[in-house]
Design a protein around this ligand. Structure first.
Ligand code: FMN
Length: 230
């Protein structure tokens, strides 16, 4: 395979004084800490440009060896959304009725989720993220991708953050198994469905589960910690 030589270019660094850094960090945290997964969508459509900007933001993510192993399918066609809802509900009803073990159902109970997924039709946009397990060259050779899950996961996080920043909502949805998305969206075998994001606004009076997040001390260890932590 042909290698491309290292070609450096100046980094356009935006220097901030400490006060500005902290101010920005606090504002960003306050904003992100108000994000919630929404399952009850309005049919009102936000500007399409907002969704495109969120995808562009996601596609600016770091990735293993800069292979950018992602593909975003943007859907607003009502018939396609209906087909996706029907296929997702078939899988998810089977999950809730027969496939999920009791422990999993117990873990999901506080979320109030069921096999019904009306948001897949109500949300004005669906964005299906595919991970590229491997690339394909112009000569149809297989190209190895590196850290695919990590790369696509980071891109999805940036996508969610961008939507929230623009006042839109989404849900990280994984209607397992997701193979039906490859078929309905005609994606090639080197791409695997990763996450399905409904995108839009919350329905009027939308409710979310009353969840508490772990505290800072619950999620952070400073330096080597105590021997008990290791
Ligand atoms: C990888 C991943 C998969 C998820 N899959 C689903 C899903 O299929 N259906 C669903 O209703 N929520 C799903 N969620 C959303 C979580 O339930 C939600 O993030 C969690 O309960 C915390 O709530 P919050 O996002 O409002 O903070 C998923 C989240 C992640 C990170």
């Amino acid at each position: 395979m042909a290698t491309t030589a290292y070609k450096p270019t100046p980094y356009e660094f935006e220097a901030l004084d400490h006060e500005a850094s902290v101010r920005r960090g606090r504002a960003f945290f306050d904003l992100m800490n108000r994000r919630r997964s929404v399952r009850d969508f309005s049919t009102e459509a936000p500007p399409r440009e907002c969704v495109e900007l969120a995808i562009k933001t996601a596609a600016s993510a770091p990735s293993g060896a800069h292979h950018q192993p992602w593909r975003f399918v943007l859907i607003d066609d009502p018939d396609l959304k209906k087909a996706i809802r029907e296929a997702a509900e078939e899988e998810e009803r089977e999950n809730y009725d027969n496939r999920f073990p009791p422990e999993w159902l117990q873990a999901l109970a506080p979320l109030g989720t069921t096999g019904d997924k009306p948001f897949l039709e109500d949300a004005p946009y669906l964005v299906v993220v595919f991970k590229e397990s491997y690339g394909v060259s112009e000569e149809s050779d297989k190209i190895t991708n590196y850290y695919v899950n990590e790369s696509v996961g980071i891109a999805c996080g940036m996508f969610i953050a961008a939507l929230h920043t623009m006042g839109l909502v989404t849900l990280t949805h994984t209607p397992s198994p997701m193979g039906f998305l490859s078929e309905l969206l005609n994606r090639p075998p080197n791409e695997k469905p990763y996450i399905l994001f409904p995108v839009g606004y919350p329905a009027e009076g939308a409710m979310v589960p009353d969840l508490k997040r772990k505290s800072f001390s619950d999620v952070v260890q400073e330096n080597a910690g105590t021997s008990g932590d290791r």
